[in-house]
Design a binder for this molecule. Sequence first.
Ligand code: ZN
Length: 234
Amino acid sequence: MSSPTSAGDPTPSRPPGAEFCIDCGPETALRPDDTADGAASGARCPRCGWERPFTRRPLLLLTGPSGAGKTTVTEALTRLADDGGLPGCAVFDVDLTLHVAALGYDVWRNTWLQLAHGLAGNGLATLLCGTIVPDQLAELPARMLVGPIHHAALDCPDDVLVQRLRDRPAWRGSDDEFVARQLGFADWHRSQVGRRFDTHRSGPAAVAAEVAAWVREVLGTPTGPAPETTGGAR
Ligand SMILES: [Zn+2]
């Protein structure tokens, strides 16, 4: 399969995801170069002092157990974004790059941080919809490349979750053990994630609109008519 042009393919000599000094080499991991407000910043080599400036933007995570409606709400969010409803933010279903997980789940998650970093360089924040939670990102090399991480979750009553999972086609492997795991994951979300959107009483488009309002709130994006504030606006 070699061709003359394959000579231009980059050699993956650096460890996947590592952020290190180009002069000092892979042994020298860059460190965050935080400004006082933590907004626009960069990274610095602890050995030679080389600085790599970049802009950090918020990363938003929308998670939830299987059956909570991630796929349908993500599709609705994508349509909403396509219509201009999420200015300054790119939306992804994290499964889009799931093949990368063949290299390891941390490589896959780190790749999303790197993509979010690349999008920040284009003036965009990133909303990742799927099963990536903040704790799984905290220690990754590219964590320093993105700004604050905000987490929200989709939720529905347990009996609704169970019914949705039982109604799935057999090939999806939604057996008793899987259902029990998802109920546990739903509980975990209820105890750990303050911002939750119910997918039982509202349809996907309405839930997506609520999620979009949360995104605009996080990003400080104007929402059209000025909201009535009672003071303390950030
Ligand atoms: Zn260096």
